[in-house]
Design a protein around this ligand. Structure first.
Ligand code: ATP
Length: 293
């Protein structure tokens, strides 16, 4: 998703604007992507999550009226399940995530989190409860430590270190010239794709949301980074309800449920084994990816 967004100097501007006040990475997504603002209902209540389930119920959505994108999309993610969404490029996977965050309102149907229609809850509470590990993590011109604290600005140093360790970033941080105080971002050290994604994982760990969205990187990471990320991800997915937008099917064979999308519609739902046995769309995607190897 993030590759659609803005040049880095603009991101820097947005960062300065929002740091300290909104201090919420999803707010930044919103600022960057939305032109017309979605407003809270007058009687909006805060989302309260006891059982973090997600339900898309007969959702239709179009960016422009002439071109429907999501069409009659229905599926449920039960509490603490890991659900992967797969499908070819342009199938509508990232759009699902944008609708979940309510960057856009659905045209028909509803999205529920723990039984509450996302249109009826405050956007702040909605975004506080969902954490995202984006494809391409934005690093601000600040230290590596502050970049991670960004996940929860009120976190203590101890909490930040804990998240660094859980994201398997401590060896990396300690190896930097100024350790945790090393500057990263545009004018600092450049991080690899894998390191950046682990920064995003550490931010999410600090934020500790009950729902987690992982937008898998399309660009390939070296296999060491990919394995490390997958390991961290499996660890943090435990105990969370998670939605994974997957590009490499090999990373989601363990998902509780796989939702296969094609041209904005859900065409199959099942787990890896049942979908392979069905020899439908998923089977063909799997064969295509494995034939390429
Ligand atoms: P990929 O795997 O390539 O990331 P995807 O399955 O995530 O693809 P989406 O990004 O959800 O697909 O896009 C679905 C369709 O919506 C595409 O045809 C895309 O061109 C269109 N689309 C995405 N964002 C916008 C937008 N902001 N305005 C108009 N159309 C858009």
């Amino acid at each position: 998703m993030m590759q659609l967004f803005m040049p880095l100097n603009f991101l820097g501007f947005v960062y300065r604007e929002i740091k300290g006040s909104l201090a919420n990475i999803e707010k930044m997504f919103l600022l960057l992507e939305r032109k017309e603002q979605i407003t809270d209902n007058q009687d909006a209540t805060d989302l309260t999550i006891k059982q973090p389930s997600i339900e898309f119920r007969n959702v239709d959505f179009a960016y422009n009226k002439e071109r429907p994108i999501l069409q009659d999309v229905s599926f449920t993610i039960h509490p603490k399940q890991k659900v992967a969404v797969v499908g070819s490029s342009g199938a509508g996977k990232s759009t699902l995530v944008k609708v979940l965050f309510r960057f856009y309102d659905v045209n028909n149907g509803q999205v529920f989190i723990d039984g509450q229609d996302t249109k009826t809850v405050t956007q702040t509470s909605l975004r506080e409860n969902i954490g995202i590990v984006p494809q391409d993590t934005v690093l601000f011109n600040d230290t590596i430590f502050e970049n991670i604290r960004y996940g929860k600005p009120t976190a203590t140093d101890d909490e930040v270190w804990k998240a660094i360790k859980m994201a398997h970033l401590n060896d990396f941080v300690n190896s930097l010239p100024d350790g945790k105080d090393s500057k990263v971002g545009e004018r600092g050290l450049k991080l690899s794709g894998g390191e950046k994604q682990r920064v995003a994982i550490a931010r999410v760990l600090l934020k500790a949301p009950s729902i987690l969205v992982f937008d898998e990187a399309t660009s390939s990471l070296d296999s060491g980074s990919e394995q490390a990320i997958l390991k961290s991800l499996r660890e943090i997915a435990e105990g969370h309800t998670s939605l994974v937008i997957a590009h490499r099917l090999s990373t989601i064979v363990d998902a509780d449920q796989i939702v296969v999308m094609e041209q904005g519609r859900v065409v199959e739902v099942g787990n890896h084994k049942t979908l392979l046995e069905a020899e439908g769309r998923y089977y063909h995607l799997w064969k295509m990816q494995n034939d390429k190897l």
